[in-house]
Design a protein around this ligand. Structure first.
Ligand SMILES: [Fe+2]
Length: 234
């Protein structure tokens, strides 16, 4: 849908295509007409203010708060939220959701025949600190099948939502893991035309934040705008 690309200048190729036929549901939901700009009103340009006290005690540790241990490989995910000039964004609410180690979401819409883990819900929240840093502990998510095409499997990923200063500033994306052999076959990952932009969604192994005999860490920085913008889902 090259006629739509002009609406995402100047770096349209760093963002997912609205309509990417290999990713079946985009054909049903993607816009086929030029976008119309609707002036924002007060309800879109305002929003709640967050701080570290906003979230619950176990919100940044998805392995905590259950009766027993979550099953799977424990990992730490950390990074910074930055603007186009590298300025840190503090007090930004990040919400994450993911499947468990077996590739199953705790969601009624997930019909995959894999076991649920009673000690893992897959939902987390964290607020960035003064340097724009976030950090959460979780379980490495499994790959799971989806029905986009025959033998379709999603690479391991964690969904991220960032809440800005206003209701209209919610941004959603996915973080992947380095070296995942499923990435070249995933139409969601590959609907971002630019290879470098695509690879900005792949975290890197983070020795510095790994904890010996506890958990490996992965680093995933998030850039809101500009030439190095993180690709966002529309
Ligand atoms: Fe997912």
């Amino acid at each position: 849908m090259s006629d739509l690309k002009g609406y995402r200048k100047p770096w349209w190729h760093t963002q997912p295509e609205y309509v990417h036929p290999a990713y079946g549901s985009t054909v049903k939901r993607g816009p086929l007409q030029p976008l119309i700009e609707i002036p924002a009103t007060l309800s879109e340009v305002t929003g709640p203010v967050f701080s570290a006290t906003t979230i619950g005690k176990h919100a940044a540790d998805l392995t905590a708060g259950h009766a027993g241990e979550s099953i799977g490989e424990r990992i730490i995910v950390t990074g910074r939220v930055l603007d186009e000039n590298g300025k840190a964004l503090s007090n930004t609410l990040l919400e994450i959701w993911q499947c468990n180690a077996a590739g199953r979401y705790l969601h009624e819409g997930d019909l995959h025949d894999a076991p649920l883990d009673p000690n893992f819900t897959g939902l987390g929240q964290v607020v960035t600190d003064a340097e724009g840093r976030y950090r959460f502990t979780t379980i490495r998510p499994g790959e799971y099948p989806w029905r986009n095409h025959y033998n379709a499997w999603r690479p391991a990923h964690i969904h991220f939502s960032l809440f800005g200063e206003a209701f209209a500033q919610r941004l959603v994306t996915q973080m992947y893991f380095p070296g995942d052999p499923l990435l070249p076959f995933d139409p969601i990952f590959n609907c971002i035309a630019d290879e470098k932009a695509r690879n900005r969604l792949v975290s890197s192994l983070d020795w510095e934040n790994s904890k010996s005999e506890f958990a490996l860490a992965y680093r995933f920085d998030i850039v809101l705008r500009g030439r190095h913008q993180t690709p966002w889902e529309k």
